[in-house]
Design a binder for this molecule. Structure first.
Ligand SMILES: [Zn+2]
Length: 494
């Protein structure tokens, strides 16, 4: 008899914070789950931090599904566009196998065209939602209101901004819990899959209030408001407790904290200039408008002004053309990526329209030499290496669709902000990073399984996030032959 499965994602809830705060009693539900369930650490695909949920719900490697970030280079061109994710979620296979599925805000998942069950999908930034079947939306609005799952991604930095953001997140958690309870109680499901997204949103916006070492830590806000990150984790923990009271003992519960959170220190803003200097050693680089305005960084209130100053400088189309012609003339260039990892694309003959590096030995030697040069870079503020790890995608990804993935992925050393870098080859380069998000993702997550037969223990083996889909499907007696993952060994009590 297939099991009933309740899967709850704790979106970007940091595993170390969860474990620490559970240990000291701040998260009593999580603390008891750690004692009653089997739990372990998860690892992400190497060098990539922009496709957790798509990798989870497709159950395949980025080498196969092709996404490493939301914006990617279009194969055969220098154009950067939103990535069109084509791989089907694993619940489509469950549907075909006759399993009933309820999906309440599965992060980043598309709205199903056909589903043996129901789905609510967030419309990002709109505080609105869509449903499968479409007719469900009207019922939800009547019974649960206009905003059953929330969407609160950003906020300002003033006390009032943070105060409102925190309160809205707490309201969102309450509403989401009510929505989850509403569908749980209907009982018509084999897999119930949902997630708390508030942990993700607070991590990006309020990390600096949690971290006293962050340059934008604001003791005044902390003294009057406390630590919003902690408050949101505590509220999610309480919500988790309420939800779990409503599931029967025959249900297997899986909890997945998808990825970590830490300070948003990055070198993505300086990487392309590093590459330009490496390609043109000794040549003076003209200072960009952006660099000229760097001094504004010290004045917080001028940040918005800088954005306004830069906005009118050329249309999106003229910027795109300029960027493409600059890429075409180079041996390699930066491509968009998450803040945690920088992406470098080699201008390869036969792949790029105006390639400069020949495939084979020249490509190999170029990547080796570039990696060596990158390893020599230091963060001048700390004296530490600028880059923690370098991944060559041909070595770590051998998929069917490696075309859009950068050739080289660099993992920044995120111990300190990056605003001044140096190497013997490029000399000194200064550029501060501007972003409204003070927190960003760090690799590694946590999963926990709780069920009638699960033996409580900490698992030593680190599982890949690709393994979750085949594991869930297998518990429902369905196989996922297309998946690159392996079914996790869940310890059974005898
Ligand atoms: Zn994020």
């Amino acid at each position: 008899m297939p099991e009933k499965i309740l899967f709850i994602g704790l979106d970007a809830a940091d595993k170390d914070l969860l474990l620490d705060w559970a240990k000291v009693g701040l998260l009593p539900t999580f603390q008891s789950l750690l004692q009653k369930g089997a739990f372990g650490i998860t690892k992400d695909p190497p060098g990539i931090n922009g496709c957790h949920w798509p990798t989870f719900f497709s159950g395949v490697s980025p080498a196969k599904h092709g996404r490493y970030w939301a914006q990617q280079i279009q194969p055969g061109s220098y154009d950067i566009k939103s990535f069109d994710f084509q791989w089907q979620p694993f619940w489509n296979v469950l549907t075909q196998a006759g399993r009933q599925v309820v999906l309440i805000d599965a992060p980043e998942a598309p709205l199903a065209e056909e589903l043996n069950g129901v789905q609510i999908v967030e419309k990002p930034y709109s505080r609105s939602f869509e449903t499968y079947p479409q007719s469900l939306a009207a019922d939800i609005k009547t019974q649960l209101g206009e905003n059953p799952i929330g969407s609160l991604r950003s906020c300002g930095r003033s006390l009032v901004d943070i105060q409102n953001f925190r309160q809205n997140l707490l309201n969102s958690i309450e509403k989401r819990t009510e929505t989850i309870a509403h569908f749980l109680n209907q009982g018509e499901w084999d897999l119930f899959l949902t997630a708390f997204r508030e942990s993700h949103w607070v991590g990006h916006q309020c990390w600096h209030l949690h971290d006293p070492n962050h340059p934008e830590h604001d003791p005044e806000i902390v003294s009057s408001l406390g630590n919003p990150l902690k408050d949101i984790y505590i509220a999610i923990d309480a919500a988790l407790g309420k939800i779990l009271q409503q599931v029967g003992p025959d249900t297997t519960v899986l909890i997945f904290a998808s990825t970590g959170i830490g300070p948003n220190y990055t070198g993505v803003h300086i990487l392309d200039q590093i590459l330009l200097r490496l390609e043109n050693p000794g040549k003076a680089m003209p200072e960009t408008v952006n660099q000229k305005l760097n001094f504004l960084k010290q004045f917080k209130f001028l940040r918005e002004l800088k954005k306004q100053i830069l906005k009118p400088l050329g249309s999106a189309e003229s910027k795109r053309k300029k960027a493409a012609s600059s890429m075409a003339n180079r041996k390699c260039f930066q491509v968009p990526s998450s803040e945690g990892f920088g992406g470098i694309r080699v201008n390869l003959v036969g792949r790029e329209p105006e390639g400069k590096i020949q495939p084979g030995q020249e490509y190999k030697s170029f990547c080796e030499a570039l990696s060596k040069d990158l390893k020599e870079l230091v963060n001048l503020d700390t004296g530490e290496p600028l880059i923690k790890n370098i991944f060559q995608s041909t070595e770590v990804y051998h998929g069917e669709n490696p075309m859009g993935v950068p050739d080289i992925l660099v993992e920044w050393n995120r111990n300190a902000p990056i605003s001044s870098v140096h190497s013997p080859k490029i000399g000194k380069l200064d550029k501060v990073y501007w972003d409204s998000r003070t927190g960003d993702h760090k690799p590694g997550g946590l999963f926990l399984v709780l069920g009638p037969q699960v033996k409580p223990m900490q698992l030593e083996q680190v599982a890949s996030i690709i393994d979750l889909a085949p594991t869930i499907a297998s518990l429902l007696e369905v196989s996922l032959p297309q998946s690159d993952g392996q079914e996790m060994a869940i310890p059974i009590a005898v």
